[in-house]
Structures are given as structure tokens and as C-alpha cells.
Design a protein around this ligand. Structure first.
Ligand SMILES: NC(=O)c1ccc[n+]([C@@H]2O[C@H](COP(=O)([O-])OP(=O)(O)OC[C@H]3O[C@@H](n4cnc5c(N)ncnc54)[C@H](OP(=O)(O)O)[C@@H]3O)[C@@H](O)[C@H]2O)c1
Length: 412
């Protein structure tokens, strides 16, 4: 029954991202996670379970005939996290979404097509869903009915990604910065100075590598991290303190450190120019800015900075949001197909008994009901009878299966 599909989920829509952690199964490794999920399945008598934690949601998708009452939800999350704050427990209904039957399936499809994501159209969710399902299937937590819903969700999501523009236009500030950099038409051997080696610049580094920039020097407060990033880029690493003494010139400066004052002062910038008057690309991704305003005002720079990029990101997100309606129309078609797929699977499972039962009937006919008559047959007649019985057995197995399939198709 479709009504047995249930979801309990906590997402970015109803709570702060950092609070989602309270609803996640805490486990040191895969083995511990597996046994914790098995405990939850057994404790709440779930027939099947799929567990999906991501950075903007945690979802428990399960099959059960039980009704999901507020007390079930409270016991469920106390079991997931015995240390759940009392205040959170009192207001669970404000944070936890509970979905059943078609609404649960619709939510699964929305999640897989990333129209429920924080960043609409990000495809990463589909990979995360595949991985979660693969793991839960391997662990014997997810079974046939979750598999059926998962497969339909994947097919539907692919249709959305390929028939809408929901995944178009990058929305991360770093990817937009690189897009702007590419517009500057620097050649692959342009001299790039990367100032800072934190997470943001590591991401910048991945894009530089992807676009095959081959002349990157990384400056950082600590040399170790600069070395790691430079290693990835086959570039050079230097201490930030040595930047004022750097005399090799540059074409592009990408600055992003946690410093709260200007790292690139007018004096430092003038020293780095080494008298070169041509236009430079300067990218400042730090908040607050790391490049002094006077540098931008007094020099010929193609300046790319975080606030402008944020506005671009918002505009791009708005563009993706326009595609949501089209995505919903596509998902609706896949949702409509699901009851028939589900019914067919139920029939197939019920039909698994048919071959064994027909064999048993044959056995009883030969060895009990018609035993005396069969014993009177000569060898040739007996062989013919057995061949006919085997033929009938084979045909009889196919008939109900075919009829059931036709009935499902007719009821579609
Ligand atoms: N534009 C965006 O999308 C975006 C996204 C996230 C963050 N940010 C901004 O980017 C900056 C860095 O963020 P992150 O996530 O990359 O940080 P992170 O991973 O913590 O790295 C910080 C980097 O800044 C260096 N640093 C910290 N304090 C410094 C100081 N006083 N002087 C010189 N260097 C210093 C660190 O050097 P060590 O290695 O020596 O510690 C490290 O390289 C912040 O301003 C943040 O607001 C921007």
C-alpha cells in the first residue's frame, strides 16, 4: 500500500542548518551507523528504512503500517539522539516534517530533483541519495518497496535535469569568481598569486587546476598549507611575510584570508607591480575585504569582489527558481506512474508462490489423487503423461502472471 510510505525529515526550510545535527544518527564509523539504524528499524518495527543525511537535511524514509503520531515522532528522535535538548523535544512539530503516502513520495521526488534544496538545482543531492540507498540496500535496511520509489525518484530527477534549466548558471561565489576570471581571457601561463590557503582558496585552486592554469604561486601565513595547495597546482609556495619582497610580477591576484584588515595595501601593491602599468585582475573573496579600496581606485584593475558576486549568485538562483514550476510538472507525471508500478511489484511478489504451488499440485495428483491409475500405466503412457504434466505446469505458471500484468496496465 502506498499509504505505508512514510518520511520524517528535518530540513533547512524549518530550522537552522546547525540544528539539523540534533536529528542525525551519531556514529563513529559505518559499522556503528549500521547497527544504530538496525536498532531504530527494530525498535519502531519498520519494514524498510532509508537514511539520508546531507548538509541541509536529514531524512528517514521508511515503510510501516503504523500511524505516525506525535508520540511516535518524539520517541523516534529520542532514540536517534538520546541527548536531544528538552526545548527541541517540546517543539518537535515546528521542526519535523511528517509525510505519508503520496505526499512522502512527492517529497522524495522533490528532494532528488533538488527543488527542495537550499541551492535549487544542485545535482549533488542525487549522488548523495544514490550513496545512501546503496548503503542501506547493502545493509539490508532498504528492501524492494524503497528500491522501487528510489528508482522512480532517480528517473524523475534525471528528466528534470535534462528537460529544464534548473541546474544552469553557477551559484557559488567561487565558481562565479572563476567565471569572471575566465572572461578576462588570461592565458594559461598567466602569473597568478593566490593569497591565503584556507577552504575558499582551496576551492579556487580546484577551479584553477580544472582550467589548466600553470603558473600559480601560493602565499600563506603558514607555509605548510601553502605547500599543500601549491603541490596540487604544481606551483610554488611562500610565506605571506615574504610577499613585500616578491619581485617576479603578476597578472592576477586572488586574495582570500581570514584577516580583518587589508592584506594588500597600496604600498604592497605598488611593490608587487614592479613598475608594470598594464591592467591586472584582482579578485577579493574575503569578508571583510583584504584588498584596500585605494588599490582599486588608484590602479588599472579588473576588480572582482565578493558583494558583486553575491548579487550575481542571487540573480542566478532566482533564474533557477523560475524553473521549479516546470520541474513540478515533470515530477507529477512520474508520481502518477508510481501506483501502477507499486501494484505490479506487489503482484509479482505475491506470484512468487505460484510455481511452488503448481509443482505441489502436480506432485499430489501423481502421488496421491491418481496414484493407483498412474501405477497401472505402461512405461510409454507414463512418460507421455509426465511430459504433458510438465507442459501444463510451465504454461500454468505464466498465465496468472500475464493476467495480473494486463490488469495493472488496464487499470493505469
Ligand atoms: N566568498 C565566499 O564565498 C566565501 C565563502 C566562505 C568564506 N569566505 C571568506 O573568505 C575568508 C577566508 O575563509 P576560509 O573559509 O577560506 O577560511 P579558512 O579555511 O579558515 O582559512 C583562513 C585563511 O586565512 C588565513 N588567515 C587567517 N587569519 C589571517 C590573518 N590575520 N592574516 C593573514 N592570514 C590569515 C589562514 O592562514 P593559516 O593557514 O596560516 O591559518 C588561512 O589561509 C573569510 O574572509 C571568509 O569570510 C568567503
Amino acid at each position: 500500500m502506498l499509504a505505508n510510505y512514510k518520511i520524517l525529515t528535518v530540513t533547512h526550510k524549518l530550522t537552522q542548518l546547525r540544528e539539523i545535527g540534533d536529528f542525525v544518527v551519531k556514529a563513529e564509523d559505518g559499522d556503528e551507523l549500521k547497527s544504530r539504524l538496525e536498532e531504530i528499524r527494530d525498535q519502531f518495527q519498520l519494514d524498510e528504512l532509508l537514511y539520508l543525511p546531507t548538509c541541509n537535511r536529514v531524512m528517514y524514509f521508511f515503510i510501516t503500517g503504523q500511524s505516525i503520531t506525535p508520540s511516535f515522532i518524539a520517541r523516534f528522535f529520542q532514540s536517534v539522539n538520546p541527548g536531544l535538548p528538552a526545548e527541541t523535544l517540546r517543539h518537535l512539530e515546528d521542526v519535523v516534517q511528517c509525510l505519508e503516502g503520496e505526499a512522502a513520495l512527492e517529497h522524495l521526488l522533490d528532494v532528488s530533483a533538488s527543488i527542495d534544496s537550499l541551492v535549487i538545482g544542485e545535482r549533488q543531492i542525487l549522488r548523495q541519495l544514490r550513496e545512501s540507498f546503496g548503503q542501506c540496500w547493502k545493509w539490508g535496511l532498504s528492501g524492494d518497496f524503497i528500491r522501487l520509489a528510489f528508482q522512480q525518484a532517480v528517473v524523475a530527477a534525471k528528466a528534470v535535469y535534462s528537460n529544464t534549466r534548473i541546474g544552469e548558471k553557477p551559484v557559488s561565489v567561487v565558481s562565479l569568481a572563476i567565471q569572471q576570471l575566465m572572461k578576462a581571457n588570461l592565458n594559461r601561463h598567466a602569473r597568478i598569486l593566490l593569497i591565503g590557503a584556507g577552504q575558499t582558496n582551496q576551492l579556487v585552486g580546484k577551479f584553477l587546476l580544472k582550467h589548466a592554469f600553470s603558473n600559480v604561486t601560493v602565499f600563506n601565513r603558514t607555509l605548510g598549507k601553502a605547500g599543500q595547495l601549491a603541490g596540487m597546482l604544481k606551483g610554488k609556495a611562500q610565506l605571506l611575510d615574504s610577499l613585500p619582497a616578491y619581485t617576479e610580477g603578476f597578472d592576477c591576484l586572488i586574495v582570500c584570508t581570514g584577516a580583518t584588515n587589508a592584506v594588500i595595501t597600496p604600498e604592497l601593491y605598488a611593490a608587487l607591480l614592479q613598475g608594470d602599468k598594464s591592467q591586472k585582475v584582482v579578485i577579493d573573496l574575503a569578508v571583510p575585504h583584504n584588498v584596500s579600496e585605494a588599490v582599486v581606485e588608484d590602479n588599472d584593475v579588473n576588480y572582482i569582489e565578493v558583494e558583486g558576486l553575491r548579487q550575481l549568485a542571487k540573480a542566478n538562483l532566482a533564474f533557477r527558481e523560475q524553473e521549479i514550476e516546470e520541474a513540478r510538472n515533470i515530477l507529477k507525471e512520474y508520481l502518477k506512474e508510481f501506483p501502477a508500478l507499486h501494484k505490479q511489484r506487489q503482484i509479482e511478489l505475491a506470484m512468487r508462490r505460484v510455481p511452488t504451488e503448481i509443482k505441489a499440485v502436480k506432485h499430489k495428483a501423481i502421488n496421491e489423487v491418481f496414484r493407483k491409475e498412474v501405477e497401472m500405466l505402461d512405461g510409454e503412457a507414463r512418460e507421455l503423461m509426465e511430459r504433458m504434466m510438465a507442459y501444463m505446469e510451465k504454461k500454468c505458471i505464466g498465465i496468472p502472471m500475464k493476467a495480473a500484468r494486463e490488469a495493472v496496465l488496464a487499470g493505469k
